[in-house]
Design a protein around this ligand. Sequence first.
Ligand SMILES: [Zn+2]
Length: 109
Amino acid sequence: MFRDKCHIKKDDKVKILTGKDKGKIGKVLKVDRKNDRLLVENINVVKRHTKPSAQNRQGGIVESEATISWSNAMLMCNKCLSPIRVQMKQLDDGKKVRICRKCSEVIDA
Ligand SMILES: [Zn+2]
């Protein structure tokens, strides 16, 4: 069902498909493969109440991203500027890269 999930990597741009951030685009900060979750910059920002600490002497409310389910995000193609499905392609030197199924643009730099 989530056959494309393993193609999302850190620093990828993804589009959010559901939830309060639906339609937004963010950069992947962290991939949690074990739990099928992604941490995306400025997506699913939640307020957390914190106790005073060395970094934050006053404590209080801090905003930070919470992870989202992998299935709620789709990889963006820089050329198509839309969410796409990717295909794996092996280069002449044996390196595997991801390419856009729509425009054949190589996603990996
Ligand atoms: Zn494309």
